[in-house]
Design a binder for this molecule. Structure first.
Ligand code: SF4
Ligand code: SF4
Length: 408
């Protein structure tokens, strides 16, 4: 066994042996197989993880929204419809009435294989076909006074969130928290959260336009993130999703007109996303939500991009938890142990030497742990967790305990 894998295995086993503390439980179905038998594959182990996490108690007798990102265009990096179907089937067996939801892209999800026939239940746009079906919620954040929670989510009685774990230019990692905070509010709130970055000014118009036309920052940027925007195309705009905060544009500027504040800009988005996630989860009783992270085919950018990207780390497995913060913290920690598959990283990325794998690809300033920090601050979960390898657990005893927690 490789040293890294051995260390990971030892930590998982130690956590299992430690038993049930007060930390959030995160159940882990590894892609690694002990033997060439179905029961050792991650989809079957995922079913065991769902039992262990108490899925039955979460969904029984309820209308259950199952959130899945259905991709765009020819992006086939999303969660396989067969895996979605397995979860849907499990919900039905437990007496729940599931329906799959996605936001603006739900209507063309069939182009990537997501239909009622393949996933086993209706596939609906979470906020209506025009994303106008939503409920406003007040938010305690200076530049984000309210968010609009998608109507079908507010109306549902239970929520199961299936998230493909991957990189993201605005959050470092896109997984459960992003799937809730960005994916389950409607377009006007998604836009408002994205605009939070611009509340931290970085361009001095007067200085920039004080002399002859200049494009020094455009030419210096290695990822073509600098653009003119606005009605008259005279507003300098940096696409922060692509930007790696390398600072080359600032160095190149002859008029000292650029002053990027990466930490502030990046954190503003995470704070808004955390508040939105809190608003979404406030519409459910805490015992009626469950989260699943698929650390499979981990790509540099998210599933909104209409093309398929190569995975840049090995597949890791599936996580199941009742805590949306703990599950993302666990995903980040597991990915932190992985080596980059350097020859799988598209040429435009300048791979750094230090930091989390997502930071090495997306930029040092894009610390993916900021989102879990901000989510913990707004009180929707805990970064403290136990990682429990499902292959080490007695299902019947643990499921009975989980069920007792739900009902008791
Ligand atoms: S900081 Fe770097 S990546 Fe970002 S816009 Fe400036 S030059 Fe481009
Ligand atoms: S390099 Fe400076 S002066 Fe030139 S366009 Fe960019 S911000 Fe304006």
């Amino acid at each position: 066994m490789e040293p890294q894998a051995a260390r990971a295995k030892a930590e998982v086993t130690a956590a299992t042996a430690a038993g049930r503390g007060t930390k959030a439980k995160v159940y882990f179905a590894s892609v690694k197989m002990k033997r060439m038998q179905g029961e050792h594959t991650y989809p079957i182990k995922m079913l065991k993880a769902l039992d262990l996490a108490g899925l039955a108690g979460v969904v029984a007798g309820k209308r259950v929204a199952v959130k899945v990102h259905l991709g765009e265009g020819t992006n086939f990096s999303t969660i396989h419809p067969g895996l979605v179907r397995m979860v849907v089937q499990k919900i039905k067996e437990a007496g729940g009435r599931p329906f799959v939801v996605h936001s603006w892209g739900a209507l063309d999800g069939y182009e990537r294989g997501y239909t009622a026939e393949t996933v086993g239940c209706p596939v609906l746009p979470s906020g209506g076909t025009l994303e106008k079906y939503a409920y406003p919620h007040a938010v305690d954040e200076p530049n984000l006074r309210e968010v609009y929670v998608s109507g079908e989510i507010e109306d549902a009685e239970a929520l199961v969130v299936l998230s493909h774990v991957k990189g993201h230019g605005n959050t470092g990692m896109g997984a459960t928290l992003k799937n809730i905070g960005i994916g389950l509010v409607t377009g006007r709130s998604r836009g408002a959260i994205h605009r939070l970055i611009a509340t931290v000014p970085y361009w001095d118009r007067e200085k920039c336009l004080s002399g002859q036309p200049c494009r020094a920052c455009f030419d210096a940027c290695p990822v073509d993130a600098v653009h003119w925007s606005g009605q008259n195309k005279d507003e300098l705009h940096i696409d922060v999703h692509s930007c790696t905060y390398c600072g080359k544009c600032e160095e190149a500027c002859p008029r000292d007109a650029l002053d990027l504040k990466p930490d502030e800009m990046f954190r503003a988005f995470q704070r808004g996303m955390a508040h939105a996630a809190r608003a979404v989860l406030s519409t459910f009783a805490p015992e009626n939500v469950l989260f699943v992270n698929f650390i499979l085919h981990v790509t540099p950018w998210c599933d909104c991009f209409p093309f398929t990207m190569p995975a840049f780390i090995r597949d890791v497995g599936v996580l199941v938890s009742r805590d949306p913060v703990a599950i993302d913290q666990a995903a980040l920690d597991l990915i932190a142990r992985e080596e980059l598959l350097l020859d799988m990283i598209p040429g435009q990325f300048v791979v750094g030497e230090e930091g989390h794998p997502f930071q090495r690809v997306l930029g040092r300033a894009k610390n993916p742990y900021v989102q879990v920090e901000e989510a913990e601050k707004v009180g929707i979960g805990s970064r403290e967790y136990e990682l429990l390898d499902v292959e080490e657990i007695d299902v019947q005893a643990a499921a009975a305990e989980a069920e007792a927690q739900v009902t008791g």
